[in-house]
Ligand binder design. Structure first.
Ligand code: AMP
Ligand code: ZN
Length: 113
């Protein structure tokens, strides 16, 4: 997927502020932070959205949540945080590579609207 900006970030073609990387996962700061701490966790595999997750991805998705917990702790989010996944147009998804927003560092409003 050469025209995917998140694949380009993983490949280093587009610069990013990396927070974490392993063989399956990449995490980096969101360029338009909506909270004092706002980073994105993405699978290195190009999966377009939640709607495109296959059963063969179940281990990967589970591992992402384990890593989210670890990275959140490393980023100092001891008082809690929010994980957001926007899915397709009505969900507000603007980048078609599955990504998990992690937001924290302040008390967040609910409902999001
Ligand atoms: P979504 O609207 O859920 O698809 O979220 C896409 C997110 O990607 C937004 O919060 C953007 O600010 C963020 N974003 C877009 N381009 C970049 C980039 N080059 N580096 C970091 N974050 C980005
Ligand atoms: Zn991609």
């Amino acid at each position: 997927m050469t025209d995917c900006i998140f694949c380009k970030i993983i490949d280093g073609e587009i610069p990013s502020k990396k927070i974490y990387e392993d063989e399956l996962i990449y995490a980096f700061e969101d360029i338009n932070a909506q909270a004092p701490v706002h980073f994105l966790v993405i699978p290195k595999k190009h999966i377009k959205s939640i709607d495109d997750i296959d059963t063969e991805d179940e281990n990967l998705i589970g591992k992402i949540f384990t890593k989210i917990k670890e990275i959140a702790k490393a980023e100092g989010l001891d008082n809690g945080y929010r994980v957001v996944i926007n899915c397709k147009d009505d969900g507000g998804q603007t980048v078609d590579h599955l990504h998990f927003h992690i937001l924290g560092g302040r008390s967040l409003n609910w409902p999001p609207g």
